[in-house]
Design a binder for this molecule. Structure first.
Ligand SMILES: Cc1ncc(COP(=O)(O)O)c(C=O)c1O
Length: 389
């Protein structure tokens, strides 16, 4: 009856079963997995203008496959601030980044073709790949005080048939940005391979320092066919509005064909609703204000963790250049799942174990930096006390 691509083993793991049982009992929990910004007590929501959603223009329907021109122009202006000169014709609006991935997989990949993805990285890739008949080949990022692309990695070399390579810039959860030398090597690889680059930049605006060799954005990359993904779920803390985009660039002929085909894919669904497109320019103008508040929260929580970790010599906070998460290396005295279960049951702290993100080995914990300071600090204190115990 059902397709093979949806033949998932839908069985809750021990951690989700325990969480469900504690929630049923109404047990108070400190949730350090929380990455839904609307649940984290930010002030900017109180002042978010909603007039655009009530714009009388919304009573009309002007279907446009790529999205409304004025909204695409605002997105192009966002990239201009980052020294990437794009025309609005290179922007395609989508109902979030997941849809953007689906469009690109349909554009680039035949059933069974390979796409390279970073590891550790964003867990949703597996489902996005299954749903689009893509085979994923992970390329392992290596860590030695900073995260690096693995140019000698066998998976990366062996994927001679790969149609695309995904970069997450900065990566979730490692917070690492692509460097100029790495982009140069990727461009050489993609040109030789006739493959495309997909750069997921949903966390781009959340960088903690300004290292000179960091790539600003891949939206300006013309050396090979390049699709840069962004959206307001992270850049404006508005996941509920469901607006993302693809910024396409590359050699002229390839780019023209890609845009023609993407137009037809987008025209088939016309999925981005008009009220959001009408409201988005006003929201994007508030970017500085919104990001200031989110950045302050991320910085405060990150600094707290960096200070506290000094009192726990058995643990290490991995270097983090940006993003919404911190990675904690903890003693391998038990498995990550056992750590996570114990923290949940005994300490009322919910965290994600590293294996959710495909870390190569154990034991790592991933902490969201988004929760309110009080929640985050108490959660960290309990985690570190547990590792000492
Ligand atoms: C790396 C990465 N890409 C994309 C997304 C999803 O973005 P959107 O809400 O635009 O679909 C997430 C969500 O956490 C993410 O971590």
């Amino acid at each position: 009856m059902f397709s093979n691509r949806t033949n998932w083993k839908i069985k809750p793991n021990r951690l989700s079963l325990e969480l469900e049982s504690l929630n049923k009992k109404g047990a108070p929990l400190l949730d350090l997995t929380e990455s839904n910004p609307t649940h984290c007590g930010f002030e900017f929501y109180k002042h978010l203008p909603l007039d655009g959603l009530a714009n009388p223009e919304n009573k009309n329907y002007h279907p446009s496959p790529q999205g409304l021109k004025k909204t695409r122009e605002t997105v192009a202006a966002y990239y201009k601030e980052k020294n990437a000169d794009l025309s609005s014709e290179q922007i395609i609006l989508t109902a979030g980044t997941s849809e953007a991935y689906a469009f690109l997989f349909r554009l680039l990949v035949n059933p069974g073709d390979t796409v390279l993805v970073p590891a550790p990285s964003y867990p949703l890739f597996d489902f996005l790949a299954d749903l689009n008949d893509v085979t994923l080949a992970p390329y392992r990022l290596s860590y030695d005080a900073l995260w690096h692309m693995p140019f000698e990695n066998p998976a990366y070399d062996a994927a001679a048939d790969a149609k695309a390579l995904i970069v997450v810039h900065p990566n979730n959860p490692t917070g690492s940005f692509l460097k100029q030398g790495e982009l140069h090597a990727l461009n050489q690889w993609a040109s030789k391979q006739n493959a495309a680059l997909i750069s997921d930049e949903v966390f781009l605006d959340y960088g903690f320092d300004h290292s000179p060799d960091r790539v600003s954005t891949l939206a300006a990359n013309t050396a090979c066919l390049t699709f840069t993904l962004g959206g307001i779920s992270k850049s404006l803390g508005l996941p509920q509005m469901k607006l993302g985009w693809i910024a396409a660039n590359g050699p002229e002929k390839l780019l023209k064909t890609a845009l023609e085909r993407l137009e037809i894919i987008a025209d088939t669904y016309l999925s981005v609703n008009s009220p959001v497109q009408n409201a988005a320019p006003e929201w994007l103008a508030l970017r500085g204000h919104i990001q200031k508040e989110i950045m302050a929260r991320l910085q405060k929580n990150k600094n707290f963790l960096a200070g506290k970790i000094k009192e726990a010599p058995a643990c290490e906070m991995l270097a983090q250049e940006g993003g919404w998460y911190s990675v904690l290396k903890i003693p391998r005295t038990r498995t990550e799942e056992e750590w996570a279960l114990e923290l949940l049951k005994k300490d009322g702290v919910y965290i994600h174990p590293g294996y959710f993100f495909n870390f190569e080995k154990e034991a790592f914990l991933v902490l969201s930096l988004l929760p309110a300071e009080k929640v985050f600090q108490e959660g960290v204190n309990r985690i570190l006390a547990r590792t000492k115990a």
